[in-house]
Design a protein around this ligand. Structure first.
Ligand SMILES: *Cc1c(COP(=O)(O)O)cnc(C)c1O
Length: 391
């Protein structure tokens, strides 16, 4: 049985007529830059996330970059980021000649460890970028209160977490100073190419972000800031507007799939319960634990499982075994930032990041996309069971 890591075709088939119409509408108008679809997408995202302002941008990476530019980050400023994330979270800091300072992660949630964040603060620290990794909120209460104490900005990297509500009901991306989202095709809300959006409740940030997106220009050809071309394509905005109303349904299906995986692992005796962080006799597969109660109606914080990530010993062998069984998996992320060649100049000590190293060496993301069938999920778990019995 084939189980791809991700198959976007069923989602397109479902919405094909509407999406094709939306694309044709933009093509007919020949209005490819800005245009009404961009303004409407921004308004619809603001309403969805219950945030005052949204600015569509060219990618999730550019969302992070433009957010830091809006904070006026200068060379030698320090920005604290978890060492375990997609490269963009740290790359944007270094691209502005500021210094990324790494923290370890919480072993259960994979998100930034607030205590390590506080330890890494110096006089040069200007901001922190918590990442809501895999579709689960970082511990925002602690992060915001530490940031307030030291007068730091909070930029949320919500690239994998659109629609995630924190335990108090607020949407991630609306809690810190600026929220950053990606519409890369594999995210829960994906475009037909690169796109992203930044969100804020602060009108001054909003005005600056809008200008920075257009070379820091206002009025035309008068440049207040040195910005860039960070615009979202109108075609992307038109496609995303068709998909947005379906997002919650897709996320609910991902949660159901995650629940099924976890139950099957527990029923087969491969896992004892969620959120255990050491391998032992009973726990050969460490399964993800949503920090707050999940799967129940009316609970606020939930995990939207952009990825369902297990941790196993002999991860690379299992990955190869599953490849042979035509099951698509991926490792997010095999090399934390402090081990990246391009960051050796930072001289970070490997032993300061034990939980990130453990995750990098043992994590494996299983297929979790909404349209998976029971048979496919059952097949994945059976194959993993077979591998563990043989090893
Ligand atoms: C995808 C992603 C980004 C970057 O988004 P792009 O749209 O690919 O540029 C940034 N941070 C995280 C955590 C991501 O997963």
């Amino acid at each position: 049985m084939k189980v791809p890591l991700l198959d976007l075709k069923p989602q397109y088939q479902l919405l094909k007529n509407e999406i094709d119409e939306a694309i044709q509408r933009v093509v007919d108008s020949q209005y490819f830059i800005n245009g009404p679809d961009v303004a409407k997408l921004e308004e619809e995202i603001s309403n969805y996330l219950n945030v005052k302002f949204s600015v569509g941008v060219s990618s999730g990476t550019d969302a992070l970059l433009i957010a830091l530019m809006a904070l006026d980050i200068k060379p030698d400023d320090e920005i604290i980021v978890p060492t375990y994330s997609f490269f963009a979270t740290a790359g944007v800091v270094a691209r502005l000649n500021a210094k990324p300072v790494f923290t370890d992660i919480d072993p259960i949630t994979f998100n930034i460890d607030p205590k390590d964040f506080e330890r890494k603060i110096t006089k040069k620290t200007k901001a922190v970028i918590p990442v809501h990794l895999f579709g689960q909120s970082a511990e925002m209460d602690e992060i915001i209160s530490i940031a307030k104490k030291y007068n730091l900005f909070v930029i949320e990297d919500a690239a994998q977490a659109i629609g995630v509500q924190y335990k108090d009901g607020r949407f991630v991306g609306s809690i810190g100073d600026i929220g950053c989202f990606s519409f890369f095709p594999s995210k829960n809300l994906g475009g037909f190419g690169d796109a992203g959006i930044v969100t804020t409740n602060d009108e001054n940030f909003y005005k600056k972000l809008k200008m920075l997106r257009m070379h820091g220009m206002e009025p035309k050809y008068y440049h207040k800031y040195i910005g860039g071309n960070f615009r979202i394509d109108t075609l992307q905005a038109a496609v995303l507007r068709v998909k947005l109303p379906h997002l919650d349904g897709w996320s609910a299906k991902r949660r159901e799939n995650a629940k099924l995986y976890s139950q099957l692992f527990i029923n087969k005796g491969l896992s004892e319960r969620e959120g255990i962080i050491n391998f032992n006799e009973k726990n050969k597969v460490l399964i993800p634990k949503p920090v707050y109660k999940d799967f129940e109606l009316n609970v606020k914080n939930y995990h939207i499982y952009n990825q369902y990530v297990i941790r196993v010993e002999k991860r690379d062998q299992l990955w190869n075994f599953l490849k042979e069984k035509e099951i698509g998996c991926e490792v997010y992320y095999p090399v934390p930032f402090h081990r990246q060649e391009c960051f050796t100049f930072l001289n970070e000590k490997d032993e300061n990041f034990p939980h990130s190293n453990f995750a990098a060496e043992n994590s494996l993301a299983l297929p979790i996309y909404p349209e998976l069938t029971f048979e496919q999920i059952n097949y994945v778990v059976n194959c993993i069971e077979k591998f563990i019995q043989q090893n």
